[in-house]
Write a new protein. Sequence first.
Lengths: 377, 708
Amino acid sequence: MNSTAARRVVPDAIARQPWEMLIPLVMLTAFGGLVLYSAGGGAMQPFAASHFLRFLVFSVMAAIIAAMPRDVVRAVTYPGYLTVLLLLLAVEVVGAVGGGSQRWLELGPVRIQPSELMKPAVVLAMARFYETLPLGMVGTWRSLVPAGMLIVLPMGLVLMQPDLGTSVAIAFGGVVVMFLAGLPMWWFLLAGGAAVSAAPLVYFFALHDYQRARVTTFLDPESDPLGAGYHIAQSKIAIGSGGIFGKGFNNGTQSHLNYLPEPHTDFVFASMAEEWGLVGGLFVLLMYGLILRWGMKVAAQSQDRFSALLAAGATATIFFYIAINLLMVMGMAPAKGIPLPWMSHGGSSMMTNMICIGLLMMVNRWNQRTPHRGLAG
Amino acid sequence: MRFPFLGDGSLRRGRVINATILRATFERRAVLIGAVQGGIGALLALRLGYLAIAENEKYRLESESNRVNLTLIPPRRGWILDRNGAPLASNRADFRVDLIPERMHNASATIDRLGELLALEPTRIADIKDKVSTSRGFAPVEVASGLNYEQFAALSVRLPDLPGVVPQRGFSRFYPTASSVGHLIGYVGPASAEEYEKDPNPILITPGYKIGKDGLEKQFEKDLRGVPGARRVEVTASGRIVRDLETREDVQGAPVRLTIDGPLQDYAARRIGLESGSVVVMDCLTGDLLCMASMPSFDPNSFSDGIGSVEYAMLRDDERVPLRNKVLKGLYPPGSTVKPMVSMALLGQGIDPNDTVHCRGGLRVGNRVFNCWNRRGHGTVDMARGIYQSCDVYFYTMAQRVGMDPIAAMARRCGMGEEFPLPVTSQFYGTVPDPAWKMKKWGREWQTFDTVNATIGQGYMLSSPLQLAVMASRLATGRHVMPRLTLDTKPKGFDTIDFPSEHVEYVRQAMSDVVNGPGTAGRARLPIKDVQIAGKTGTAQVVSLSISNGRTGPWKYRDHGLFIFFAPFDNPRYAGAVVIEHGGGSGAAYPIARDVTTFLFDPTKGMEALTALEKQWGGTAQQRLDARYATYAAERGAEVRRPPRRDEEIFDRVEAEARVAATQTEAIAEDVITPRAEANPSATPPATTAVSPEQQPEPAPAPPEVSE
């Protein structure tokens, strides 16, 4: 990229862009739009057009984020986190006043879902926290308790909504940052062990009935083929019946005849696989692989602790969406209500993922601007 | 070897942590995270390949079975035709709605909503709810048929909100003459859960599919059934049909051609009017059953969607037992209608018909006196007079000479006590008593009065209207006529000569004189030139004189009125029997026989007589039944008990009651019967509940009165 030949032919500003990520991203989004076109009954409306529009809007937003200087980001991280936390609190208050739970706030014409904003905000705040934590304190309780609070507070608020999936996603991003920040390994092993042994307790006392039903169904899909298990069974039928090359564009019967629930959001991958088959599925996996590999590469190339943790955390957040959604549609995880990035129809997940992309591009830009500073944190 | 990501044990050992170590830890752990991501990616790819390749076959099938819905098309049922090819049971294209209980979410709310959309009566809604709650889930429950297109369309657009509701176009069974053929043809209905379990054919639980439940519909089920068609359609998850893929037409069931004359059957049924009784008419040349009317009856059209509780209660509560087929399952003492048969027995025993008996109104045997119905006596009576004046003393005397056995043998030869090879679900065959029978059944010796009772068709003697009609045709032709009900069975019995022709002619003439001579049924003369009817009256007593005089008082104690007949008398073409239960005497029976015979020879004239009568009765039989139902439902609709769940229980109950009813006369069989006045055209069955046709001025010219 920095070769003289490239600089001569292509303008520097264009050559500098992370094309190894942007090309897969655009292809993925375009492919997603194609699937939504089919899921919409072979028309741009109601899904495909707004999908493309959102992608454009959030691309601009990502570009703006990417242009932010390091110091500004450092300065606004904590206030930003606090703002999102207050918004989450506001959701609870509005929900309590309005009678009934809700997950979003109406701000004029836009409806924002603070729990989505919280995913990148937690990653930012955690990265910032471990940047400022004196190195000697890593491995002591002071490295754990404040960071734990940063995760537990939003998690608790999101759980109250109640939204188990998002709160786990928030925790996942935060814990990955903790892990990479170098906290002792045995803490994680201990926590993992505790989580496994606490799972039955959580299952019987903490989960809502519908959540428990999802877990039961996941463990034994035949237990309720027309109820909770129906979704996953139909999704597997869609994917399996697609075969290697699929039934062809606009020919999916599972999605077009409404057997597949939510063919445009949670189960968009099944819609896609039905029409495009294994080939389409592997293409999607490859695109995600390229994007995530780039994200991890950005993290590895980062010169300072903040950038590295931020890039890795943002990548982990994107990964969490992809992994849980795909595991779910293939019948390997309980149905969660987590959409597939850049393919599912829906503004919130598009926003979250594009913020993460924006943050990654920002770190990537910092990496290019700043000469390698060696090992300085 | 050290695992790259477990190398940070150093932190625990309190080694100095510096940026380099942390950076190394970061890089190791980033590799670990990348590896986990890659691993999950590989896992997903493998899983995807497994689903799409290894399990492709299975899921493709499942996807197809999701998408394609196979529905069976109930076959159109074969028609039941009369002898001229006119339908007695046909199919009518209509729109219908059924429920499949196991597919419903909120049964009660759905049924209420349907009731609203289709404007169903509250009792009908209650019936449907009851059926849905007791059904097995898979068996469809009919909500309504014969809907108009608007109702059907209104329902179809609301289907997504009404799970378990199946509206469809189809055919429903239609009986044009309704209650006139109820007992004969039977009716159809959905297969019961028990029937489905016995024969788990999916067509049986297809909404709209009906099987024969009673009568000929049940008897000819195999022929009438047909072969179901099938329709493959593409459907959405909510069951909406997207398009037809393939349709295989159904094959209609084979028609059944009866010997019944449809218009005659209808006429006879209507002519019975307000009475309870039956009319059987046979063709003397073939044995064809032209008419087997039994009234009052039920409307088989309204039974085909299940027997409603109000309707069932109304039919149950009626003492005239509209659910009993009286032609086959009504057993009555034949009364004096046996006298021509007894005469034939006497002739066969060599009694000279010109031998006379002097009737003084009674016959003393030992220390007992057996009365004639005419207490003043008939004077000198020969066989012919014994028949046309129905002199009991003549027959008492002659029966003493020949004994019971020849008479019983003759009764059997004439069809009494016989079970005929007819395609009917069941028939009662009555009793021809003789000494051996009495000893076996009751353990008692045969007495003189038993013979006396038997010669006038009382005592233990019981026969069905069908048997009486066969007796009439055998007497009229002298041949062993066998009745037949379908045109594809061979006429039988015509090669067997039962009686010498001179005997036959003698009895014919005497029976003609019953009507056309100085006999007991002058009013039975046909209003047609050249055609003369011959017959024999009978009045059968059902309770002892101390309980009822037979003409007034409680309906069920009144005498039965009977009449056997054939016409024309000199060259018999038609023969038959009319039995009116508790009609108060033979006067209730023979005017019906006269009008039915008139209709056979001159339909217009017959119809005029009926139209005049029906004006007085308040409409045709079907109109009166409908009106009665409306009144009953309005009065008692709220308090009815529900009908038995299985139709078979109804049949068993009806049959058991018919058997009990047939034993009514046993109570008086052990005593001497004091015969009732035989022909009583002036007899007026009291009009507490029924208006007898005999109360009305007769349209026929009044024949010379016969002294009683």
